[in-house]
Design a protein around this ligand. Structure first.
Ligand code: C2O
Ligand code: CU
Ligand code: CU
Length: 419
């Protein structure tokens, strides 16, 4: 921090990456050629961040999941022109969580993310110890899952024009690496998983069918940890899981996808450090109070369409139109419906800026245990209706949208003014 008036500098820049031996692929990154550094915010502290656009096109710096005022949220209004910089203050006044950052320039988000602009943003809760593994890079590992498509020259093949429902790649990339593997030395490992794909949904499992524990959702720790053998994440959703490798020593196991394809093989070579016992405390109160469950719906959102025909409440995004208003600090119930079309419709991951919400119900049923935690993105199936309990702690104009980035770019987005 010597002589600088900021804690972090984040520069969006062009570069190139050697995914394939001897071939340079043009990519974008923050402070480097691909992806960005993991930023850590201490809860309750002010962090000065200098953001610089060294690209030759406009971009924005959006802090996905962070409850900050609208003017520094980095949504479509937050454009930074090529060559420009700005210093902003991020203040994390929310629980420990795995968030992320990415561009949000209107009409061009999908392409910039596809080329490599994303990074993790972690909030550290000062003075509390969740009992979870927390040695970053040792037993606390971030995993950014993204699918990618390359052309015959091994360049990134961004296919928006071909696929308006989102570019799907046939190659999976984890933390920017095409053939990753991880050597595991500690018996109990925590993974912070981000589905950073433009459009793809993932269901992760262990190749041996084993169980693991989900401990957090998008916005922080779950009400209670959940023992499970699978984890589904739509684009932009996060989860933290803990895997106990002590039963798998010397075994070949991997994280696989819904088709059983190996995404991340582990080499389990445990050192003799004792397995710390995780004793996570279950919350004393129910996740949703009776009063919260019974609040009337005051905002309705209808997601509709596919390809370029996508809308929210029948409209496409207009930068100059405010669609909804909500008072700062006042909780409202949003009812979000995924209206099927003649083709049946498709999953839309619905995301709201500036808030961490609770899911009250899915088609009238209370959320399952793995969704009893704060969320900023909710996967909505065709014909499904979810109710959300939404509070905005800060003022400003925020967007809400489908996080299939091509749907967002095609206008499946609205604006709310928090006053
Ligand atoms: Cu991941 Cu509008 O954001
Ligand atoms: Cu966001
Ligand atoms: Cu969508």
């Amino acid at each position: 921090q010597q002589g600088q008036d900021f804690d972090y500098e984040v520069v969006a820049q062009q570069g190139s990456t050697e995914f394939f031996e001897g071939v340079q692929t043009a990519t974008y990154g923050y402070n480097g050629d691909l992806l960005g550094p993991t930023l850590k915010l201490e809860q309750g502290e002010r962090t000065e961040v200098k953001i610089t656009n060294a690209l030759d096109e406009p971009t924005t710096f959006h802090w996905h999941g962070l409850e900050v005022p609208g003017d520094i949220d980095g949504g479509p209004h937050g454009e930074i022109q090529p060559g420009e910089s700005r210093i902003i203050t991020l203040e994390a006044d929310q629980p420990e969580a795995t968030l992320w950052y990415h561009p949000h320039v209107h009409g061009n988000t999908a392409q910039q993310v596809f080329k490599g602009l994303s990074g993790m943003l972690l909030i550290d809760e000062a003075g509390t110890d969740s009992g979870l593994p927390d040695e970053y890079g040792v037993d606390d590992i971030p995993l950014i899952f993204q699918d990618r498509l390359f052309d015959e020259n091994q360049q990134l093949n961004y296919g928006r024009l071909m696929d308006n429902d989102g570019t799907l790649g046939d190659i999976s990339m984890i933390n920017g690496t095409l053939d990753p593997k991880l050597t595991v030395a500690k018996p109990v490992m925590r993974f912070r998983i981000l589905n950073g794909s433009n459009a793809r949904n993932y269901t992760f499992r262990l190749s041996n069918g084993g169980d693991f524990t989900q401990v957090a959702s998008d916005g922080g720790l779950l009400d209670e940890p959940v023992e499970t053998d699978s984890l589904t994440l739509a684009a932009s959703e996060r989860a933290e899981i803990v895997i106990d490798f002590s039963e798998f020593n010397g075994q070949d196991i991997a994280i696989v996808n819904e088709e059983g394809v190996e995404l991340l093989p582990f080499e389990v070579a445990l050192d003799d450090s004792p397995a710390d016992s995780m004793d996570m405390q279950a919350a004393g109160e129910p996740f949703l109070s009776e009063q919260e469950q019974e609040m009337p719906v005051t905002k309705k959102i209808e997601l509709f369409g596919m390809m370029e025909m996508v809308t929210i409440n029948g409209k496409k995004f207009d930068m100059d139109r405010i669609d909804l208003r909500q008072e700062q600090g006042v909780t409202e119930v949003w009812e979000v419906t995924n209206e099927p079309d003649m083709m049946g419709g498709m999953i839309h991951p619905f995301h709201i800026h500036g808030t961490q919400f609770k899911i009250i119900s899915r088609d009238g049923k209370p959320p399952e245990a793995h969704e009893q935690g704060f969320k900023d993105t909710v996967l909505v199936e065709p014909d499904e209706t979810v109710k959300l309990l939404v509070t905005f702690p800060e003022k400003g104009v925020f967007v809400y949208h489908c996080h299939i980035l091509e749907h967002e770019d095609n206008g499946m987005m609205g604006q709310i003014e928090v006053y």
